[in-house]
Ligand binder design. Structure first.
Ligand code: UD1
Ligand code: CA
Length: 457
C-alpha cells in the first residue's frame, strides 16, 4: 500500500521569539523538521507533504534538497484545515500525520501505528501524562473504545480529569481521510477545523480506532519555546551517549557529549568530556579523544590520540597519530601513520607522510610532506600570494629549522636541511643545506646603554 506522510509545519511558533520559523530551529545541528522527514523516509514513505504557512518560503528554501512536496496553508485555521491542504495530492494508500515541531518521534513507533491501518480501522498515538493541561483528551466508551477527542479548551471539568492525551499523530487510509475532512466544522471554542474531530466521525460510522503509545513520552513532545527545545536536545544527546556506551565506547561523562550527525566508533574508544562531533565522524579502534575537542567530518585511524582542545575538520588520519593539545586541522589534512601535529599548529590541505612531525606553532597549508619530515617550531608555508594558492613540497626525511618561511611554490628535496630562521623561495636540492639568515656578528665588551636619571617636570 502506498504511504503518504503529511507533516504539519505552518504554525508561527511565537514563543521561540525568533525570525526563523520554528521548525527550522536545530536539534543536534539539524532543523527539527528534517528529523521528522528523515524518520518518515525510514518508513518507506512514497510521498512526503510538508504543510507550510508562517515563514513558508524559508522552510521551502531550507528543504530545497529534500524530495518533499509543499502544500501552502496561507491562513492557519486549524490542524484539520492544514491536513486538507495536502488532501488532493494523496495516493490511494495510507496517510500518516506528523508534526514538524515533534522531532524525536521514532520510526518503530510509527511502523506499529501504520500496521493497524486498513479500510475498517484507523490508528491514533496517545500518551498518558501526569499533567495533561492543554492537550486534547481521549474519550473512551464503557468497552474502552475511543469515541472522541475533546480539546482542553472545549473540555468539561470531568473530561479534563482524563490523563490519556492526544499526541496529534494519527494514521488512516486516504479514502477515510477524504471522507472525513469535508465534514469538519469550526464550531468550537477556538473556531478552528480540528483534525481531532475525525476520531468521533470514525467511531460513529463504525470504523475501529486502534491506539498505540510511544516507548517514552519524549518521542511525542512538541517544541514551543527554546527551553523545551533544549530539553529535547539533552534527551536526544543522552540517548546517543547511551547507545555509544552500549556499543563499548568509554565516555568520561555521558551528559557531556554532543553528537550532531553520526559518530561511528571502533573498539575501546575513549572520549573525554565536552567533545562535539559534527557531520560524519569515524573513530577507529583504540582512539582517545581528550577533553573539549571539536571533530567534524573526519576519520581518525586506530590508536590515534587527540589531545585537549583540538579542532579537526575534514581530516583523515591513518592511525597512531598524536594531535594537539590546541591543534587545528582544516579540510584536506591527511596524515599517514604515526604523523604528529602538536600545539598551536594549523594545517590545511596538507598531506603528511609516515612519522612526519609538526610539533609546535606552525601554519602548514597546501603542502605535501614526505615520511619522517620534521618541521621546526614557528614554520610557515607562505601559500598565498594574494591571488593564488601555491604548493610546498618537502621530500622524505627533510628537516626544516624553526621559524622558516617557505614561500610557495617551492620544493625541498629528500634529506635536505633548512637552517632556522630562513626564508626559502627557491627549491632546495636533495641532501643540501639551505640557509638564508644573516651571519652573526659580535662586538666584544660592548657597553650596554644606561638608564638616564628621570628629570623633574
Ligand atoms: C493539537 C491537538 C491536540 C493535541 C496536541 C498535541 C488539534 C485540534 N489538537 O493541539 O489534541 O493534544 O496537538 O501537541 O489537532 N498547525 C498547522 N496549521 C494550523 C494549525 C496547526 O500547521 O492551522 C500545526 C502547528 O504548526 C503545530 C501543530 O499543527 O505544529 C499543532 O498545532 P497546535 O495549534 O499547536 O495544536 P494544539 O493546540 O497543541
Ligand atoms: Ca501544540
Amino acid at each position: 500500500m502506498a504511504l503518504d506522510v503529511v507533516i504539519l509545519a505552518a504554525g508561527q511558533g511565537t514563543r521561540m521569539r525568533s525570525e526563523k520559523p520554528k521548525v527550522l530551529h536545530a536539534l543536534a545541528g539539524k532543523p527539527m523538521v528534517r528529523h521528522v522527514i528523515d524518520t518518515a523516509m525510514e518508513l518507506g514513505t512514497h510521498r512526503l507533504h510538508v504543510v507550510i504557512g508562517h515563514g513558508g518560503n524559508q522552510v521551502r528554501e531550507s528543504l530545497a534538497d529534500c524530495s518533499v512536496e509543499f502544500a501552502l496553508q496561507s491562513e492557519q485555521k486549524g490542524t484539520g484545515h492544514a491536513v486538507a491542504q495536502a488532501k488532493d495530492k494523496l495516493a490511494d494508500g495510507k496517510v500518516l500525520v506528523l508534526y514538524g515541531d515533534v522531532p524525536l518521534i521514532r520510526h518503530e513507533t510509527l511502523a506499529t501505528l501504520l500496521d493497524e491501518v486498513n479500510e475498517q480501522r484507523m490508528a491514533l498515538l496517545t500518551v498518558t501524562l501526569d499533567d495533561p493541561t492543554g492537550y486534547g483528551r481521549i474519550k473512551r466508551d464503557t468497552e474502552g473504545r475511543p469515541v472522541a477527542i475533546v480539546e482542553h479548551k472545549d473540555a468539561s471539568e470531568s473530561e479534563r480529569a482524563i490523563t490519556e492525551c492526544n499526541t496529534g499523530i494519527m494514521a488512516m487510509t486516504a479514502t477515510q481521510l477524504r471522507r472525513w475532512l469535508p465534514q469538519l466544522s469550526a464550531e468550537n471554542v477556538q473556531g478552528e477545523y480540528y483534525l481531532t474531530d475525525v476520531i468521533a466521525m470514525a467511531a460513529e460510522e463504525g470504523t475501529a480506532i486502534a491506539t498505540a503509545q510511544p516507548a517514552t513520552p519524549v518521542e511525542v513532545e512538541g517544541v514551543n519555546n527554546r527551553l523545551q527545545l533544549a530539553r529535547l536536545e539533552r534527551a536526544y544527546q543522552f540517548a546517543q551517549a547511551e547507545q555509544l556506551m552500549t556499543d563499548g565506547v568509554a565516555l568520561a561523562d555521558p551528559a557531556r557529549l554532543d553528537v550532531r550527525g553520526s559518530l561511528r566508533c571502533g573498539r575501546d574508544v575513549e572520549i573525554d568530556v565536552g567533545c562535539i562531533f559534527e557531520g560524519e565522524v569515524e573513530l577507529a579502534d583504540g582512539v582517545r579523544v581528550g577533553p573539549y575537542c571539536v571533530i567534524r567530518n573526519s576519520k581518525i585511524g586506530a590508536a590515534s590520540v587527540i589531545e585537549a582542545h583540538s579542532v579537526l575538520e575534514g581530516a583523515i588520519l591513518e592511525g597512531k597519530s598524536r594531535i594537539g593539545p590546541f591543534a587545528r586541522l582544516r579540510p584536506g589534512t591527511r596524515l599517514a601513520e604515526g604523523a604528529r601535529i602538536g600545539n598551536f599548529v594549523e594545517t590545511k590541505n596538507a598531506i603528511l607522510g609516515e612519522g612526519a612531525k609538526i610539533n609546535h606553532l606552525s601554519y602548514v597549508g597546501d603542502a605535501r610532506l614526505g615520511r619522517e619530515v620534521n618541521i621546526g617550531a614557528g614554520t610557515i608555508t607562505c601559500n598565498y600570494d594574494g591571488a593564488n594558492k601555491h604548493l610546498t613540497e618537502i621530500g622524505n626525511h627533510a628537516f626544516i629549522g624553526s621559524n622558516t618561511a617557505l614561500v610557495a611554490p617551492v620544493k625541498v628535496g629528500e634529506g635536505a636541511t633548512v637552517g632556522a630562521g630562513s626564508t626559502i623561495s627557491r627549491d632546495v636540492e636533495a641532501g643540501a643545506l639551505a640557509l638564508t639568515r644573516e651571519r652573526q656578528m659580535s662586538k666584544q665588551n660592548w657597553p650596554r646603554p644606561q638608564k638616564t636619571p628621570t628629570q623633574e617636570h
